[in-house]
Design a protein around this ligand. Structure first.
Ligand code: ACO
Length: 333
């Protein structure tokens, strides 16, 4: 009987154009010192004119398939976490499905803003556990630069564009257990658990002031930075505790924390609460900025490809975003 999903491969894509803080400060009333001190961000990648979320997503997905050694024809579910779809409809996922050459199953978009990837991990893992999908392409892709108000220095300096993807495949419980060095009931590689939450009472802390049903415009990101920061620190600490407790583990057991990359100060605070040393945290925010749903798979791909994350490592993923939404996933790599 199928019991869990294994991450068989990953891939990512960043647009060519890099915009440094210095370059940004020529257009926006800001400076490198302020941005680095408050956020840790030094640069961000910005999609080229005409380059859409589906283009970024496709490039990341192709790389993930290649890394997994799995043909597109095996994929029977494609989930694309994004807040910046190409169009209101059809789902950007269906465009990627077609361009990837995937003819089986289904494809849909998932909207949980910066928590999109951990929400997607929960969806993919549950489809696999239920036996309704065997191979899932999970993508986080964003062209967040398109919904920024470049006159608003409190938000436009924080975000960037990019995409990351993982391929999950169904596995028997205990498969690869020896390789992972595990014993007991919770054996083998794969997604051990996922945890997601939302609280609509906090909608107004982080939102876009437009939409098809309200203003018939796309709108721009609006944020109460201080309140978002406060909630992030609390919610992320509680979701990490919930995840560790559900698996009977302590923070010490974690080999790698791959957090959503919003802000270096939020990352540091979560790590401090967990008592995790800086070397165990994968940090890309200084180069990628906040790429919303793409930030975790981008960071994950980097740490896998440079050899930090190895087979058998225990990897904790966590995120918080607009909604507010928050969540975590624990994976034996
Ligand atoms: N450059 C220079 N000065 C700036 C800038 C800027 N880009 N932005 C704001 N300021 C100024 C403000 O105008 C203010 O000036 P004043 O004191 O003269 O009025 C001063 O800096 C302080 O502004 P605050 O908003 O109080 O700054 P704060 O210390 O709260 O930092 C920040 C702002 C970085 C946004 C912080 O609140 C934060 O990190 N919040 C978390 C938000 C986040 O990460 N959101 C991402 C989406 S959610 C997620 O992914 C988890």
């Amino acid at each position: 009987m199928i019991k869990r999903s294994i991450i068989a491969g990953c891939g990512s894509y960043l647009p060519e154009r890099v915009v440094t803080n210095e370059e940004l400060s020529k257009e926006v009333d800001t400076d490198d010192e302020w941005i680095v001190a408050r956020t840790g961000i030094r640069q961000r990648y910005i999609a080229a004119d005409g380059q859409q979320t589906s283009d970024l997503a496709l490039a990341a997905a192709e790389r993930a398939l290649e890394h997994a050694g799995i043909p597109a024809s095996d994929v029977d579910l494609l989930v694309l976490a994004t807040t910046t779809p190409d169009q209101t409809f059809p789902a950007t996922a269906t465009k990627v499905q077609h361009r990837l050459g995937m003819t089986n199953g289904a494809a849909f978009d998932l909207q949980a803003v910066c928590s999109g990837f951990v929400y997607g991990l929960a969806v993919a893992d549950n489809f696999i556990r239920a036996g309704q999908a065997k191979t899932v392409m999970l993508i986080g892709a964003e062209t967040f630069s398109r919904i920024l108000d470049w006159e608003d220095r409190t938000t436009c300096v924080l975000f960037g564009d990019g995409a990351g993807a993982v391929v999950l495949r169904a596995a028997e419980n205990g498969e690869d257990a020896e390789q992972a060095g595990e014993t007991g009931h919770n054996r083998g590689r794969g997604v051990l658990s996922t945890h997601i939450h939302s609280d609509g009472a906090t909608n107004d802390l982080l939102y876009v002031d437009g939409g098809p049903s309200s203003t018939q415009t796309v709108g721009h990101v609006r944020m109460n930075g201080r309140e978002v920061f406060r909630h992030a620190v609390t919610n992320l600490a509680s979701i990490v505790d919930e995840t560790l407790e559900a698996n009977g583990l302590a923070a010490d057991d974690i080999d790698w924390l791959v957090p959503h990359q919003a802000n270096k100060r939020i990352l540091d605070s979560t790590a401090r609460k967990l008592g995790l040393p800086a070397e165990k945290i994968v940090v890309t925010v200084e180069r990628h900025a906040n790429t919303s749903a793409a930030s975790i798979p981008l960071a994950l791909d980097e740490a896998v490809k440079d050899g930090r994350i190895k087979t058998g490592d225990l990897v904790l993923l966590e995120a918080m975003g607009g909604g507010l939404t928050w969540g975590a996933g624990l994976v034996r790599w």
